[in-house]
Ligand binder design. Structure first.
Ligand SMILES: [Fe+2]
Ligand SMILES: [Fe+2]
Length: 464
């Protein structure tokens, strides 16, 4: 199972008027990288910590400034394609994709090894009888290479496409595409070997494994594991560049005491310019796609909610910055779903108590990802309260009308309307009139009447 349910942290105090400020590209990318950590089953901060290690390796190797700038964003966005293979991984293993992805970085799954066998037994059909698991594992081992190529191919291809769309250089895209290649040619998806693998990809691979192993043990022990795989999995020169860093106690302290993000934000090479509006929109759109790609059940949900939310906002007379804010909040409202395993998201039947508790946590994750950026706090607030209701019966905080600004009320209406009318693999989309009748039952006690009426008028106008 994914992240264990625990008590809900209190909802933060409202954002004061005028508190929003210009945001830097690095701030937004670093915050959104925490969402990618969730998808990889890693504790939030994995991408940021890998970035810190990778940038220190670049220093030792003497990489020029422009190359370091590309490396910086490649390290933060290395897992940007990872949500796209979650459904497939869940189907193949018949188990929790987040736990399987977390442990795959620790296991030596490539060669027959104790850790590889342990990994397979832990994550392959954990609920099936032992005989079925053994037969299944034997069958899967015959197809192992093809399956690895397929799973890694999906994520690499998608990751490279996303960073290209975001306007990053070809070097960033190729580093992310070759993240899982191995120095001896036994990696995926293309089996590249030695200098065929871009240096940036070699640094990404060493940095991410060093972070994962350091989290599980000490830096010296982590280095010993990487050294043992040097020349097989990893580029030897990059592994050697780690050695002088072992004596840097401040570096390893920063990785464990939560200060890595602050340091990484200071490390951004080159221009420390604010993110321009188009870049911000592209980032929000890309992350909406990443959320939608995680589950085939909701593959157009975030973009659909955005279209409905913008329609309601325009009907209410929102323009300029206020309309932009609603659009971005709608795109990112379910970003916390990246922390929910696909065994829960893709389940066609009723959720168990435990699964429902995991599902109810996604707005909390949305808040903790977005509120990291001071300039995004109003978006964080509206986006994370889309399941709250005016009478306090919503989740996860049970907020009431007084705590819910119009933007949050609007998203709640848009989210339910979109969920009812979108196509799902297990049911037809609901007709618009039927969906509006269901919404009307909760107006005005739970859902805002102005937002509901705005939706009705906008739909009427749209349909002539
Ligand atoms: Fe949601
Ligand atoms: Fe939603």
């Amino acid at each position: 199972m994914g992240l264990a349910p625990q008590s809900v942290a209190p909802f933060p105090v409202p954002v004061e008027a005028g508190a929003e400020q210009q945001v830097r590209l690095a701030d937004v990318v670093a915050a959104l990288s925490a969402a990618l950590d969730l998808t990889e089953g890693q504790p939030m901060g994995h991408a940021v910590r890998s970035c810190l290690i990778g940038m220190r390796i670049a220093e030792v190797l003497g990489l020029p400034e422009q190359e370091r700038s590309d490396l910086y964003y490649a390290l933060l966005l290395k897992d940007v394609g990872c949500s796209s293979n979650a459904t497939r991984m869940c189907q193949i293993l018949e188990s929790d994709d987040l736990a399987a992805k977390r442990d795959v970085k620790l296991a030596d799954w490539r060669d027959p090894s104790l850790s590889g066998i342990r990994y397979a037994l832990r994550h392959f059909q954990p609920d099936a009888p032992l005989w079925r698991r053994i037969v299944g594992l034997l069958g899967m081992s015959l197809k192992k290479k093809a399956l690895n190529k397929e799973m890694i191919g999906i994520r690499c291809e998608r990751g490279a496409t996303i960073v290209r769309k975001l306007g990053f250089s070809a070097r960033v895209a190729s580093a992310i595409h070759a993240l899982d290649e191995h120095w001896d040619g036994n990696g995926f998806p293309d089996g590249l070997r030695h200098t065929q693998i871009p240096l940036h990809a070699c640094i990404l691979s060493v940095a991410q494994h060093m972070d994962v192993f350091t989290t599980a043990s000490t830096p010296a022990e982590a280095y010993a594991v990487l050294k043992a795989r040097s020349g097989k999995w990893f580029q030897p020169e990059v592994v050697r560049a780690l050695k002088p860093l072992l004596a840097d106690a401040a570096l390893w302290r920063a990785l464990s005491d939560g200060s890595a993000e602050e340091i990484v934000l200071q490390l951004e090479p080159g221009n420390k310019l604010p993110a321009d509006p188009e870049q911000m929109d592209r980032l929000c759109e890309a992350f909406a796609d990443i959320v939608d790609a995680k589950s085939t059940y909701t593959y157009r949900h975030s973009v659909g909610v955005t279209a409905v939310a913008v329609m309601i906002a325009e009907e209410l007379g929102f323009t300029g910055a206020r309309l932009t804010m609603v659009r971005r909040a709608a795109l990112l409202h379910d970003i916390g779903k990246l922390g929910v395993p696909n065994t829960v998201l893709d389940k066609p039947g009723k959720l168990t108590e435990e699964q429902w508790a995991l599902m109810r946590r996604h707005p909390e994750y949305t808040l903790s990802i977005l509120e990291r950026v001071p300039g995004l706090r109003a978006i964080a607030r509206a986006a994370s309260t889309h399941h709250e209701k005016l009478d306090g019966s919503g989740y996860p905080w049970g907020l009431r009308a007084i705590d819910l600004p119009l933007e949050a009320r609007l998203l709640a209406v848009a989210d339910i309307f979109q969920a009812l009318t979108e196509d799902r693999p297990y049911r037809q989309p609901m007709p618009i009139e039927r969906a509006l009748a269901i919404l009307a039952e909760d107006v005005p006690a739970k859902l805002d009447e102005r937002c509901y009426q705005a939706l009705v008028s906008a739909l009427r106008r749209q349909r002539g």
